[in-house]
Design a protein around this ligand. Structure first.
Ligand code: KG4
Ligand code: ZN
Length: 351
């Protein structure tokens, strides 16, 4: 029998994306449609996101199916992001998937969006498998975990306030850059001096040890405030315009130093030199390069290409393939959950 063909649907935030995946890595069709309705508001407006998903989802599915050269009824299962994310946006995908699964009499599989980000690199590199230390950095989450095998994760650290991507987006706003800010900050930072401003490395001190509750945790809201006050004083002295690239570079250096340092602590404590970075911020080239440089030749860093680092349906189909293989099928009572718990993630101190 040929490998299962999975239709994956992602609508948790502002990308409507659908993929058809054969087996674990053969991507037959893949459409990612980014919503532009939010641009003028400087951030995602949840109600507009839900409406935009609703108006394009049929066409996005149709185009992915056309690219794949199959028909919808050829799909062996339908995987959908059930959370976490914006509830109205999630519901569009979940309702569509439930209707299709019922109508076509196919299994329905619920996918956790952040677990799917862990699977993204394996779509392009068959070695991107556990065991690894996983750093998940997106617009809504920052998580550090140890994956012993797929589906079994140990939480090491998480953000106590803003997510790493959120910090990029907020600093972009302070610098007058459009949403989503991460790629714009990265581009501006290339022209700047990362050593001009010494921004804080939150929760990163030499005297911490693994028993301290903040050893692996992150906190980015103080960093954002430090950038805001620097920007305010630069504006007063009319140096703002010329200093923008230096602010971007110094901010990026602080975030990346913090993310890499905490990840290296996890490598040391777990004894696992394989690192996987996932989520939108993992598209950042400086983060990838610094992680590889500081991990050294004895380690490996896995990440997806930029297209698959951002939200996409392919990673949802890949995570669904895993869950389906575990015999995990959703029933018709499936609903979206804005704060869906991470499956198989044991709390700190647990096993
Ligand atoms: O995973 P993702 O596409 O959506 C969520 O699940 O949130 O992540 C989006 C986040 C945004 O905050 C965006 O600014 C950030 O990823 N991002 C980046 C880069 N590309 C996207 N941050 C830094 N550098 C980038 N190149
Ligand atoms: Zn995401």
């Amino acid at each position: 029998m040929s490998e299962a063909l999975i239709l994956g649907l992602e609508t948790s935030c502002d990308e409507t994306s659908v993929a058809l995946l054969r087996g674990e890595s053969e991507l037959l069709g893949h459409v990612i449609l980014s919503q532009d309705v939010h641009e003028i508001y400087g951030g995602v407006v949840p109600e507009l996101a839900a409406r935009a998903h609703l108006s394009v989802i049929d066409d996005v599915v149709a185009e992915a199916v056309r690219q794949a050269g199959v028909s919808l009824s050829d799909a062996d299962a339908i995987g959908v992001t059930a959370g976490p994310g914006l509830i109205g946006a999630l519901l569009v995908g979940v309702c569509w998937a439930k209707g299709a699964a019922y109508g076509l009499a196919k299994p329905l599989v619920a996918v956790h969006h952040m677990e799917a980000h862990l699977f993204a690199p394996s779509l392009e590199d068959s070695e991107a498998q556990p065991p690894f230390v996983g750093l998940l950095v997106s617009g809504g989450h920052t998580l550090l975990l140890h994956a012993e095998r797929w589906g079994r994760y140990r939480l090491l650290g998480e953000t106590r306030d803003d997510a790493a991507g959120e910090a990029f987006d907020k600093v972009a706003k302070l610098l007058g850059l459009p949403y989503p800010g991460g790629p714009h900050v990265e581009k501006l930072a290339r022209e700047g001096d990362p050593g001009r401003f010494r921004f804080p490395r939150p929760m990163l001190r030499r005297d911490q040890n693994p028993a301290d509750s903040d050893f692996f945790d992150f906190s980015f809201s103080g960093l954002k405030t430090a950038v805001a006050s620097e920007v305010a004083s630069l504006r007063e002295s009319a140096e703002f315009d010329s200093a923008r690239p230096d602010v971007a570079a110094s901010f990026q250096a602080a975030v990346v130093d913090t993310l890499v340092s905490k990840t290296l602590r996890a490598v040391e404590v777990t004894g696992c030199p394989r690192v996987l970075i996932g989520g939108g911020v993992s598209a950042n080239r400086f983060l990838r390069e610094e992680m590889a440089r500081r991990l050294g030749a004895d380690g490996r860093v896995f990440h997806a290409s930029p297209r698959l680092s951002l939200d996409n349906g392919a990673m949802i189909a890949r995570a669904a393939a895993f869950r389906l293989g575990q015999g995990e099928m959703a029933t018709d009572t499936l609903t979206a959950e804005a704060a869906l718990p991470f499956p198989g993630l044991s709390p700190r101190g647990g096993v």
